[in-house]
Design a protein around this ligand. Sequence first.
Ligand code: AMP
Length: 139
Amino acid sequence: MAYDSNNIFAKIVRGEAPAFKVYEDDHTIAFMDIMPQVEGHVLVIPKEGGETIFDISDDAAAALVKTTKKVAAAVKKVVDAPGVMLAQLNGSAAGQTVFHVHFHIIPRSGGIDLKLHAREKADFEQLKALAAKIAAAIV
Ligand code: AMP
């Protein structure tokens, strides 16, 4: 399947769609998942377009992992999570629903179940406030 440059994450890269951004550099953007599976669920995308990890350059993949690590440390601190799950789905058979490669940062605490994937929109004021806290915690 050819990359669709009108997917929602490509629009976020071009500034054509809104996002609660927590981090941006020349190669990557991190923003709040608007249908979080848990409080603090953040997505990290490369600016380079590609459907899956197999469709982007090694440089873009390296930048993606570097930003994921940096932002995940801030998420862990802000929501005080003992664990962090990093997930990256390639292809609809793997459950991918937005076809611009991305990492999920999902903080985990024992006993707190994950909500279903991409189902329920969070309160946007709360997402905005949390995004500001995560952005401030990035070093
Ligand atoms: P995946 O199924 O791995 O492709 O994940 C796509 C994720 O994007 C899901 O967790 C959705 O909740 C999330 N999502 C979809 N649209 C948006 C959006 N406009 N802004 C932020 N997150 C989104």
